[in-house]
Design a protein around this ligand. Structure first.
Ligand code: SAM
Length: 290
């Protein structure tokens, strides 16, 4: 297997010039040009030759080369067809890589894991296109893709939102959804000069380690997430008012009031004060009242 050749500015520029490639802003293209950051991502993902890795958005194949060296197999899904001939070139010699030219949000990843890895859990590693971070991550969790972990570069602010608990301004529906499925851990903060072109925002690598069992017991997952979304959609309102006004929930105000009381919370409590465990209990209490 060849050693990675990309990951520094000179070789990246050489590839881009060879193919006369122009960056597409709409695809969130910011390519990594720092080998230390690449090494850090690969180490944090703890990849072994036993692993199949799904890479979302390989770009010109920079991280793909590193992943191919560490993993048993790499499947890389890239939307931009202009990158496909480049990937054929930069990944020639890496025989354990398959590139799929598709929009990752349209790929049935669960089926892919069944076909390519016999349904065994995979690891997801990516420098994500930031404009679709949340749908990609939530899609992987909600579609129950068999996974051990997700190690991804995201916007710094989004990494913070995934990691925080109640009582902070960044706490919201994304924090709760991520923390229901996985244990989050911020691996590194990454400044804009590690990318070409430089993004306008700071970035961070976050590792989400999938729980085998969720940390809380909930009767009706879908309902709990409806409650969570309704609470944060109307952040300024009390929890009772927010949930009473929510179109997708069908509980009377009295029901909600007594469930919130049974939680041991006052009538003026806001959703942002509740922990994941409390949202699970609230949802279970409301299920019992149905
Ligand atoms: N992995 C490369 C690197 O680190 O240098 C590129 C990362 S760049 C931030 C994001 C990549 O995702 C781009 O190559 C972009 O074309 C690709 N991309 C954007 N939207 C996508 C989608 N919906 N499905 C698959 N790939 C997508």
């Amino acid at each position: 297997m060849p050693e990675p050749t990309l990951g520094n500015p000179q070789n990246t520029i050489a590839v881009l010039q060879k193919y006369n490639f122009s960056f597409q802003k709409k695809f969130g293209q910011n390519f990594l040009i720092d080998t230390h950051v690449l090494d850090k991502i690969i180490r944090a993902a703890e990849i072994t030759k036993e692993d199949m890795v799904l890479e979302i958005g390989p770009g010109i194949g920079t991280m793909t080369q590193y992943l191919a060296n560490a993993a048993g197999k790499v499947i890389a899904v890239e939307i931009d067809k202009m990158l496909i001939p480049i990937l054929e070139d930069t990944l020639s010699g890496f025989e354990n890589v398959r590139v799929i030219n598709e929009d990752v949000l349209k790929v049935d990843i669960e089926k892919l894991v069944r076909e390519e890895n016999g349904g065994r859990p995979i690891k997801v590693v990516a420098n994500l296109p930031y404009y679709i971070t949340t749908p990609i991550i939530m899609g992987l969790f909600e579609n129950h893709v068999p996974m051990k972990s997700i190690t991804v570069m995201v916007q710094k602010e989004v990494a913070d939102r995934m990691q925080v608990g109640p009582g902070t301004k960044d706490y919201g529906a994304l924090s709760l959804a991520v923390q229901y499925y996985a244990r989050p851990y911020i691996v590194a903060n990454v400044p804009p000069n590690c990318f070409m072109p430089r993004p306008k925002v700071g970035s961070a690598v976050i590792r989400l380690e999938r729980y085998e069992e969720p940390p809380v017991r909930v009767e009706d997952e879908k309902q709990m997430f409806q409650i969570i979304r309704a609470s944060f959609n109307q952040r300024r309102k009390t929890l009772v008012n927010g949930l009473s006004n929510a179109a997708e929930l069908d509980f009377t105000k009295e029901c909600i009031q007594s469930a919130v009381e049974a939680l041991g919370r006052g009538a003026s409590v806001r959703g942002e004060a509740l922990s994941l465990e409390e949202f699970a209990r609230l949802s279970n209490l409301l299920s019992e009242m149905k």
